[in-house]
Ligand binder design. Structure first.
Ligand code: SF4
Ligand code: SF4
Ligand code: SF4
Length: 278
């Protein structure tokens, strides 16, 4: 029997009507440590509350039902498209999603796996696998090299509270209400100062904070560890000045090694090319 759910007469109860209208989302993982997905689960009830606004079509950490591949409103993707299977998953996710949202440093900047790009591939693989036959060792490339990205939650891992802040704005956007969100161009230093921390640079301890996009509550400098840039460069950060300052505190090799940790190295190179510094 055909049921007309669009009728004004409300044949179905309000709760069912609401359920039907909920935006559909999927949280998909490529090659990753899954830490960003756990940052979401760590939100506990707040995460469940946010998820009550949507219909979850796929989230491997919460359910093991087969994803039927239906069209969705927002596809969230974590990790690197490192294998042929990953690339296929990513392409399919893009095709079926109104918005594609990247979660985490690996997907956005190459992350820790990108360290492999800077070192001889087979040697790196040998450290992990005894038998390397059949192991795919392609260059690590960020998600936006393969598909259009609509929004990025930066960080390693992402900040749960930041997810809760922008998630409703993304939902409104898919319903045609409002623009996509933008993370304010503010350095880690702003949050660091708010916490009353003594600046590490004053003690000649390297910290990348001034050129890095804030929003992580300055967790590293608050633990007296220099920011290593997991959230990526600020759009208006002065990379040249920052690099000169840092190189008074660290050797060229230490600087290079630090920028390799979260895939910052190629972003700095791109900045330098764009600004005629290379
Ligand atoms: S960004 Fe960090 S926490 Fe997230 S998947 Fe990559 S390594 Fe794991
Ligand atoms: S410790 Fe780092 S993040 Fe904090 S104010 Fe100094 S440079 Fe900025
Ligand atoms: S302080 Fe820097 S390295 Fe630490 S979480 Fe924030 S952006 Fe990432």
């Amino acid at each position: 029997m055909e049921i007309n759910i669009n009728t004004e007469e409300k044949i179905l109860p309000t709760e069912v009507m609401e359920e039907i209208k909920k935006p559909k989302i999927a949280i998909v993982s490529l090659t990753s440590c899954e830490g960003c997905q756990f940052a979401l689960l760590d939100l506990g009830e707040k995460f469940l509350e946010a998820m009550s606004l949507v219909e979850m079509v796929d989230f491997r950490l919460l359910e093991d039902e087969e994803d039927a591949g239906e069209p969705i409103d927002i596809g969230f993707v974590e990790g690197n498209p490192m294998t042929a299977a990953n690339k296929k998953t990513l392409m399919e996710l893009r095709k079926r999603s109104k918005l594609l949202v990247v979660i985490g440093n690996c997907a956005a900047m190459g992350g820790i796996p990108e360290i492999r790009n800077y070192h001889e591939k087979q040697q790196t693989v040998k450290h992990v696998y005894k038998y390397i036959q059949g192991i795919e060792t392609e260059e690590v490339r960020e998600v936006d090299n393969f598909v259009k990205v609509d929004f990025t939650f930066p960080g390693c891992p992402i900040t749960g509270e930041e997810f809760l802040k922008y998630f409703p704005i993304l939902l409104a956007n898919v319903k045609g209400e409002g623009e996509l969100p933008t993370i304010p161009d503010s350095p880690v230093c702003v949050e660091c100062k708010k916490k009353g921390n003594r600046c590490l640079l004053l003690d000649k301890k390297p910290c990348f904070g001034p050129m890095i996009l804030g929003g992580c509550d300055a967790v590293c400098p608050t633990s007296r560890m220099g920011c290593q840039g997991c959230r990526g460069l600020r759009p208006t950060g002065n990379v040249k000045a920052m690099k000169m300052t840092l190189k008074t505190m660290m050797t060229d090799e230490e600087f290079e090694n630090t920028t390799e940790i979260y895939g910052l190295k190629d972003d700095i190179e791109d900045w330098e090319k764009e600004h005629g510094e290379k």
